[in-house]
Design a protein around this ligand. Sequence first.
Ligand SMILES: C[S@@+](CC[C@H](N)C(=O)[O-])C[C@H]1O[C@@H](n2cnc3c(N)ncnc32)[C@H](O)[C@@H]1O
Length: 280
Amino acid sequence: MASQHDESSPLQPEPYDHVFAPMETEMLAWLALPADAKVLDAGCGPGVMAARFAAALGPAGQVDALDQNPETLARAGQYLAAQPGRARVRVHAGDLLQLPFDDASFDLAWASFVLHHISDPVAAARELRRVVRPGGRVVVRETGVPLRMLPFDLGIGEPGLQDRLRVAHNRWFTTIRYAEPVATPYPWGWTQVLRDAGCQQVTARTFWLELLPPLSAVQGQYLLDSLQRHLDKPELRALLDPADVATVAQLTDPASPHYLLARPDLHVLAGLSLYVGTVG
Ligand SMILES: C[S@@+](CC[C@H](N)C(=O)[O-])C[C@H]1O[C@@H](n2cnc3c(N)ncnc32)[C@H](O)[C@@H]1O
């Protein structure tokens, strides 16, 4: 699991890359791409997965990484230029809803944690499907099972904090997801997004992050940051009971007797899901 990952690997652009690297290796193995595959990473962000795809492909493979945010893309370009598979990666500025690629250009179109930002996810999935060749796949990665790590009773505050944090997160996300301007609500899950976009043989597979102490420094930081955001984001903090805010402050304070990373009983679980549709 992640705790055994070699943190000196060159693929280390982002603070949490180490945490998810073993899971992403499993995802790539499951996708079983041929060495000469043409892959689109749509909404590539900092380029981590584009680099992983490129490293997994052979010399005839190709990865096109696209994002609409110029700063993110500049960062991705810089990062990707230093990676082992750089010769196989091209970086593009563009909108996922109007991809600058011909029909049927790719064997696989990948969109990770992007579609939940787009007000019309079916239109986005349809555009991904358009650029994939018949027999190829559209893969959407989203959270299947949200991160959890805390025991039910922490010995501080009301038991069940983990679930209350999740409720606050969901309420906060709803305000973002349905903020103006809002598209027609689409009250269906990711498998249906792919079906409605015209994909066939739609399936899902979840990959697990499961960690127990001792945690590496970056794993610990990832957990702390996932709690700290409840203090740092005013909109999220406002959705929590002040007693829970105080508990989170204790958990994230290295000087507190309740400091999260001093606990030997953390059990970290998160499931990231790949929703896969085949193009007919
Ligand atoms: C949460 S990040 C995910 C980045 C990366 N795929 C990952 O899994 O780490 C979402 C990314 O999607 C990009 N994005 C959002 N809407 C987009 C659109 N319509 N077209 C292209 N990129 C988009 C954002 O700029 C951002 O880089």
